[in-house]
Structure formats: C-alpha cells, structure tokens
Design a protein around this ligand. Sequence first.
Ligand code: ATP
Length: 355
Amino acid sequence: MTKKIVVIEGDDASPEAMQPTVEVISSLGLDIAWQYPVVGEDAIEKFGTPLPQETKDMIDASDSTLFGSTSGKTGAALGYLRWGRLTYANCRPTKYLPGYQSPLADPTGIDFVIVRENLEDLYLGIEGDVEGLANLGLRSRTARMPLAEYDGRYAIKVITEEGSTRIVRKAFELARARAAKGLSAKVTCTAKYNMLSYTDGLFRDCALKVAAENPDIEFETFIVDDFAHRLCARPQDFDVIVMPNLYGDILSDAAAGLVGGLGLAASGCYGDDYAYFESAHGTAPDIAGQNIINPTATLISAAMMLEYLDFNDASERLLQGIETMYADRLSLTPDQGGKASTTDFCRTLTDLISN
Ligand code: ATP
C-alpha cells in the first residue's frame, strides 16, 4: 500500500538538504506519495494561521513526516508533530563511520543512541517573573534569601511518572532491537538526580523500576555532569542512553561533535501511533543559499523513517550508500573536508544506490 509521507522543508538552509534527500529516496522506486502541506508564512498568507486545519489533517492522515529544521517560521508544525501527535521519544543516533572528520584520535566503534524525552521538562515553555510566584509560599532548599526577594525570572521543569516510564521503556525496547541485530545493548540513564532529587530523582526512580522489569539488559545510571565527562572520554562505552529533554538536547549536539559535527546528526521522534523524522541540527542560516549544507543528517533521518515504514531493504541500501560515500570520500561537503556541493553529494549517492 502507498505510504503517504508529509514533507515540511523547513527554513534557511534546510530545504537545500531536504529537496535532494527526497530525490534520493525517490530514486529507490518505493511506493511513496510525497505530500507538501502549506505551513508558516505561506499558510499565514493563505489561511491567516501558520498551521491551518488542512495541514493538521494531512499530517494525521499520513504515515510519517520528514521535517526540515525550523528557525520559527514553520515552528507551529513542529509543535503539532511533537505535542499534537505525542511523539515522546526523540532518538538521536551517533555512529562513527570511517571517513567522518572526527576530532578524536580514535573514534572507531562509537555507536550509541541518545533517547531524549521529548515532551516534558523545561520544554513546556512556562516562564515568568519571580514576583508572580511570591504568594505561593515556595521555599528554596538551598538559597537563604526568600524567593520574593529575587528580582528575576523562572522556568518550570515538569517531570512525570508516566512520561519518564514510557521513555525508559522505549530505551529498553531499542536496546532489545540492538541486541537482536548483534549490537551491544546496555541502557544508561542520566539526569541531575542529586541536585534535582524531586524531579530528576523521579526520572531515575522510574528508570530503576523499568530496569528491574528487564533484568536481562545491563543498566547503569550516572549524574549528568559525570556522564558528560564519560561521554567525551569514553564514548565507545555507551549503547542506549536515556535522559530528560534538556540534557538530551544539549548532549546529542555534543555527541555529534564527537564523530564529526552537526551535519551528521540524525533523529527520529516516535510516539505510540506516529513518528516524524528530522535532522538534529538547526537551519544553518550562515550557509543558506550556498548549496553546501551536508545532507547526511537528513538522509540518515530519512533512512530511519524508511525503517519505521518497513522499507527495511531500502533503508539499509541508503545507509550502506552513505557508508561508502565516506569510506571512499566521494563528493563530500566542506564541513567534512570535501569540496562538493550538496547537489553533488546527493547525485553521487543516487548513482551508488540505484545501481
Ligand atoms: P538550533 O538552535 O535550531 O538547533 P543552532 O543555533 O544550534 O540551531 P545550527 O543551525 O545547528 O545552529 O548550526 C550551528 C553550526 O553548524 C552553523 O555554523 C551551521 O552552519 C553548522 N551546521 C549545522 N548543520 C549543518 C549541516 N547539515 N551541514 C553543514 N553545517 C551545518
């Protein structure tokens, strides 16, 4: 049956990676119908809102969405894909491929996935002036000064048992899938559960409970600052790493730095009945219009999408093509020490995988 895939090309340099990615996938001859809804400024012009009902309906009726990074203009669609479709698990793989321009002396064997909780934590976006909290009778566990005396601002961090449990379950599910492929499959949980013992402490408690239900899978926990050091010093030690939203956002960019940069950072956001896929990097506005954005992150995200849609052979073919591109250093973009354009990279890749 035809798979319907919504494409939202994103802002700044994102469309320059997204358009050739769609062409590469199209060359694989799969039964896919690409759909392009109206979002952002175009939607405001036509419908008076950045996310019209037509666009939500198209997403709801689709099998998945391939999403280009947003700098705000197409952000309403991202909000719907994430909170509207409850895609709570942001899986961000970091795998070193020979040929990547890693800054490490020996990045061989780096192959882990950060499983970032995608809906909670500080990302509810509830912020305000501290004076608005004055009548709540809140007390600081650490500072001596009464809260009312702070002339400052606050942000609310929400961690729930339900949200934490389901993201850790997803991490164990992923670990099982890795084990089935013959990969190492330890689960690591990290958060700031010493300092934030009530919120991150809950996250860790939930992780311990889920770990107890899965005694056959190795499990460990680290406080996030200790973990950050371990990730840089011995990235090969990790397989599946689960964490609250903010740490996942930051540490997955750091992880991309270990293997060669943001141009390689893919991601998929999974819910119970929907998933969408986007690179983990931003819109790279500084290189927009130059046709040099590295499309690898978008292509690997697309390969994850193909796997989600059960196009497993095509996904594997695409990933193997990318491996060959780097191993043989064919048509690489400037961020990876090459001189090729985004178009050249994708053309060479298409020739490789469609033969
Ligand atoms: P966001 O806050 O949306 O994640 P950001 O501010 O972290 O975005 P990015 O857009 O990710 O910024 O870009 C950071 C740097 O990495 C920029 O110099 C950008 O050009 C570079 N960069 C990001 N993605 C790529 C890519 N795919 N190819 C080449 N360079 C990239």
